[in-house]
Design a protein around this ligand. Sequence first.
Ligand code: AMP
Length: 587
Amino acid sequence: MAFAAIKKDRENWRVTPNLLDYERICAAFSWQETERQLEGLPGKRGLNIAHEAIDRHANGPLRDHLALRWLGKQGEARDFSYGDLYRLTNQFANVLRTLGVGKGHRVFALAGRIPELYIAALGTLKNGSVFCPLFSAFGPEPIQQRLTIAEGKVLVTTDLLYGRRKISELRSALPHLEHVLVIGDPDDPSPPGTHNFRKLMAEASDRFEIPPTDPEDMALIHFTSGTTGRPKGAVHVHKAVIAHHITGTYALDFHPDDIFWCTADPGWVTGTSYGIISPMTHGISSIIDEADFDAERWYRLIQEQRVTVWYTAPTAVRMLMKAGTGIIRKYDLSSLRFISSVGEPLNPEAVVWGTEAFGLPIHDNWWQTETGGIMIANYRAMPIRPGSMGKPLPGIEAAIVHPHKDGTVDVLTEAGVQGELALRPGWPSMFRGYLHEEERYRKCFAAGWYLTGDLARKDADGYFWFVGRADDVIKSAGHLIGPFEVESALMEHPAVAEAGVIGKPDPLIGEAVKAFVSLKRGCEPSETLRKELLGHARSRLGPAVAPREIDFRDSVPKTRSGKIMRRLLKARELGLPEGDISTLEND
Ligand code: AMP
């Protein structure tokens, strides 16, 4: 079903949108000009994300302005002004310095949405070290793998996760991991071989001078998954802050009095670029909710905190839709003036539902770990075509292309033609590499384009429409999951001979991870074994990554060169045409 475009009533803006005239602003845009909106380190000592996010405001009129309001699971609340964050992040930078952690060293965080995570992230950046967030829902295996790849020197975690994720058992396999900082009660003894985070913080000075920072210095590593191989550590640099800032202006329409709520976990790039950095470079107030999704809680929180700009994800929107509009009527959500969503396709129904439920459409936008910031968006002042991701940000050139094996690329200019979504490199938050994987990085580029791995179309008016992934990567509740990681974990079980993993369409979470498993000789399929395999995968990978369903098969289809034909597994699962199976070896 086609949905009518949602027009914007230009007469009734409560605050004037930042991007009123898309064509004019795009034509006049320059990254150099944009950089001038930031301050740079005093004394021309470079560009540091944490200075732009905190120190700049803490040393100016926004010192006492609310930066973060943390809302705990049990109803607690803690406020942090820019001045508070200045001191706390200085303290954390000093903690690192005292431990001998310096420029370029990787500091990992494994924690839920708690204030210490935000303090550690920004303190790490101040110190010139590299911040690497991990999902708190990860099991021991993904944690160990990521710490290994990035040679993590420090891990900041909570006492609960330290025990649950069996960190002490992982340590012998992590020779680079020198310091584990555990967030717990300062008076409780920390586990053997770890430091007490709060005790170290209490002992550290709150004065710190950010060392000179080259805009190209490594700042963040975000892990993402491909179809094959290990997870990829996408490297981002301090200069990315220019893009974090300006996309906050144009795509999220930040204004000085905003109360912003980004529901994403900082374990994902959205939770860092927009859950931490972008709102702070704008000096606005953000709220952080520690609790998991709960429709009533979310609406109550918007009402009580007077949230104005809300950035969420399609899975959450679908869960809100499921909870119904009835409960919305119990709350006063009139503070909201802009709602946006990212991470997976946003159903056109959801866009329209937003208009009915909140009196505001939900603005879809598109980007990925590698791009570091929003690339394509529906803007506040621009009509929405429900189902479309919108148009490229000012400064971003996007196209639909057809890459050839010889490295050439056809740019498909005809409207409505499907191809791979490509971006012209050069924006500041563009990833600078996959850590230790030069070849994989190189393969992302062809003929002057960055190939995103997504299939899309562009219509005659320049709106982009998402079609699907060009590879077998799975998007489940916003998490990008590499099938290979899941298959490898399953194959560690003594009964498993082969495993093939697919994303099965799911009305709520987009795709659910489903595994097909063939067993070793002498092992018989049974309900008990299925449960055992599900439990095995869950304990290794964590609930966010593990399969929800497992089917037994005599064999898993492979190509003659031994590659698992996930596409075929998927086609069969969904009853779709099998396509070209000329390379199929067994079956
Ligand atoms: P990640 O790197 O985990 O943020 O995942 C990026 C991928 O998520 C993209 O390459 C897309 O496949 C998907 N994605 C992100 N935003 C959207 C969107 N608005 N519509 C459809 N897919 C999206």
